[in-house]
Design a protein around this ligand. Structure first.
Ligand SMILES: Nc1ncnc2c1ncn2[C@@H]1O[C@H](COP(=O)(O)OP(=O)(O)OP(=O)(O)O)[C@@H](O)[C@H]1O
Length: 355
């Protein structure tokens, strides 16, 4: 096993900078999600690590050793892609055995290793089938078995669950995480799906236009985003813009919003505050807000979306629409058109420097 160190890596295609001075330390045995919009450089970064493509500048090391001159086949990396084709005319077992066979390993040990890999992905009894006799999820598990059978040091997964429907995808997320824990392999996982990134990974890196915008544990990025982009890309956020006051911001209409976390900014500097929709308390104003909720605003419900376990309210105030999500506790529901008071704690508010 091995960690992966990416240091100051840049890669351009013509005038386009697909990766711009990216540095990430992927810890040994960790599960790391790379998240970002289409074209942000996620696949390009995986390709540099795999050795399919090479950085213009910067360094990549696997297990502490620079891989600058190490070709793909010598990097000992397993890969699974969204449309990772299996050989249709080979059995499942032969598909999994492929990497070991080309290495010329003895037949008996190949059979043992293949069976172990198939058992791990819970396809131990299906080795004799052909790929077309499997479901989409089973085929992805074969691809995974094929990637891990050679005992790679690092596993690179590029949207491996992208082609699966939602229910199967959730099953496979749990399965993939179990397998990763069991073999303890350093895993770098590219996804578009923010929920998938939040639930599966130890750390998340958010890329935008080839740059690493923020990286850290899921809770840290969700609770303390450092930019409006990170706040709105990973989860929903209400963004307020104004001038820094020392402990928050002042909006154009003079309202102040206090924030307990964020950088220290000079008073008067342009800044934003972000607050998650589920952190806001909404009421008719008849009862006093919770004592901790120093931030308050008045507005009017413009839309209400009931979703069973929760209810989303869109609240208009001063040209802005705010989003509030309330768990369904059976309490009284607010109607569209209702004047409301929103309140939330400075602890739920993050100050962000203007980008
Ligand atoms: N071989 C190449 N030649 C020219 N441009 C490329 C090449 N590979 C990638 N790019 C460009 O680099 C940028 C990053 O591409 P990349 O595939 O890494 O994005 P991504 O974040 O993986 O996107 P997606 O989520 O859509 O897969 C894109 O603008 C892409 O068009």
């Amino acid at each position: 096993m091995a960690g992966v160190q990416v240091a100051n890596v840049s890669r351009s295609f013509g005038a386009h900078r697909a990766l711009d001075n990216v540095s990430i330390d992927f810890a040994d045995g960790g599960f790391y999600a790379l998240l970002g919009p289409s074209g942000s450089g996620k696949t390009t970064l995986l390709r540099q690590i795999a050795g399919f493509d090479f950085p213009d500048t910067g360094r990549i090391a696997i297990g502490g050793e620079s891989v600058e001159r190490v070709p793909v086949e010598k990097r000992r990396i397993g890969m699974v892609f969204q449309n990772y084709a299996l050989f249709p005319n080979m059995s499942v077992a032969d598909n999994v055995a492929f990497g070991l066979s080309v290495r010329g390993e003895p037949k008996a040990s190949i059979a043992t290793e293949v069976q172990r890999a198939l058992d791990l992905v819970q396809l131990g009894k299906l080795g004799g089938r052909r790929p077309h006799q499997l479901s989409g999820g089973q085929r992805q598990r074969v691809a995974l078995a094929r990637a891990i059978v050679t005992k790679p040091r690092v596993l690179l997964l590029d949207e491996p669950l992208g082609a699966l429907d939602k229910a199967l995808r959730v099953d496979m997320q749990i399965e993939l995480k179990r397998i990763q824990r069991e073999i303890g392999i350093t895993t770098i996982f590219v996804t578009h799906d923010q929920e998938e990134a939040l639930t599966m990974s130890d750390r998340i890196g958010i890329l935008r236009d080839g740059r690493l915008v923020q990286e850290g544990p899921p809770e840290e990025i969700y609770d303390r985003p450092q930019s409006e982009f990170a706040a709105t890309f990973l989860g929903d956020a209400n963004i307020f813009r104004g001038d820094a006051t020392g402990n928050g911001i002042r909006l154009l209409d003079g309202t102040t919003i206090a924030a307990a976390s964020g950088p220290s900014l000079a008073a008067g500097a342009r800044a934003s505050c972000a607050v998650r929709p589920e952190r806001i308390q909404i009421s008719t104003g008849a009862a006093k807000p919770d004592a901790d909720n120093a931030n308050t605003l008045k507005g009017q419900v413009s839309k209400r979306i009931f979703a069973g376990n929760n209810c989303t309210y869109f609240v208009d105030r001063d040209g802005q629409t705010l989003k509030v999500i309330v768990q369904n506790t059976g309490a009284e529901r607010l109607a569209e058109g209702q004047p409301v008071v929103l309140s939330w704690s400075p602890d739920s508010t993050v100050l962000i420097a203007a980008g």
